[in-house]
Design a protein around this ligand. Sequence first.
Ligand code: A3D
Length: 320
Amino acid sequence: MARKKIALIGSGQIGGTLAHLAALKDLGDVVLFDIVDGVPQGKALDLSQSAPVEGFDGKITGTSEYKDLAGADVIIVTAGVPRKPGMSRDDLLEINLKVMGQVGAGIAKYAPNAFVICITNPLDAMVWALQKFSGLPSNKVIGMAGVLDSSRFCHFIADELNVSIEDVNAFVMGGHGDTMVPLPRYSTVAGIPLTDIVKMGWMSKDKLDEIIQRTRDGGAEIVGLLKTGSAFYAPAASAISMAESYLKDKKRVLPAAAFLSGEYGVRDTYVGVPVVIGADGVEKVIEISLNSAEQKAFDKSVSAVEGLIEACKKIAPALA
Ligand code: A3D
C-alpha cells in the first residue's frame, strides 16, 4: 500500500509544526508548500535530516508549485497572515480571503479528492470561502478551531483541579472568535459535568467563569505574549488529530467548523459543531440539545460568522 500524502499549504509557524508532527506520527509523505521560495524547501530539508534520529520513513519535500500537491490525501491550509497584538481575527479577512482564492484554485486543479482542513483566520469565514473557491464537496472541507478551543478549556480545567488531563473532556462550540461557546454542561472530569463540579464545591462558579473567559481569550493571550505571530504548537496538534481521524477512519467525534445545511437551524454557513470524522470526511453532524442560554450564545456566535461571510461576499462577488 502506497504511503499517504499530506500537503501543507503555508509553511510558516503552524505549517512547519504540522510537518514535524505528521512525520513523527508516521502519517505519510509530507509536501510543504509556500509562496516564499526557499522556506518550504529549507524546512523540508531540516526536518528530513531529523529522520535518521527519529526513525521515520515519510519523505518531506518543499515546493512553491501547486502541481506538487497532486494526489494529496489530506491538505492542511495555513496560508495567509496571522494576528499581531491588538488585532482581532476578523481584521485578517480581506487579505486572507484573497489567499483562499489562490489556494482554492490550486486544490481544485491538482487535488480535488483531498480532505481539506483549513486553519487560516478568521476561521469560519475562510473555510466557507475555501470550500466555495475550491468547489470540493462540503463534507471534504472542514475548519480546525473547536479541537483547539476545547483543548485550551481542558488544559485550564485540569490545571485548576490538579487532575490528569486524561480524565478531562471539554467541549466548545460556535465560531472561532470572541463569541465562541464553551459548554460546561457537556464538559466533564471523569464523566462528572463541570456544572456538577461547581455544585459539589470542587470549583467555584467564579473560577469556572474565569476559565471560560480565558478559553475565549486563549488565542489573544498567546499573541500578547509572543508579540509577533500567534499560537502554533496546539493549533498544529489539533489539526493533526483531525487528519489522523480521516486517514485512519477512526471516526472520532470532534468539534470542528463544518458546513451546515439546516442542522441547528443554520444554512450555508460553516460553524463549530461536533462531527464524526472518518474515511468519508465529515460523516455526521451531531445535533446536541442546547438550553436557552446555550442556544442564545450559539445564535449570537452564528450571527457573527454570518456577518463575516456577508463581508466575504461583498469583497468577492463570485462567492455570493
Ligand atoms: P505564518 O507563520 O505567518 O505562516 C503563514 C504562511 O503562509 C507564511 O509562510 C506565508 O508565506 C504563507 N502564505 C502567505 N500567502 C500565501 C499564499 N498565497 N499561498 C501560500 N502560502 C502563503 O502564520 P501561522 O502559521 O502562525 O498561522 C497561519 C494562519 O493560521 C493565520 O491566519 C493564523 O491567524 C491562523 N491561526 C488559526 C488558528 C485557529 O485556531 C483557527 C490558530 C492559530 C493561528
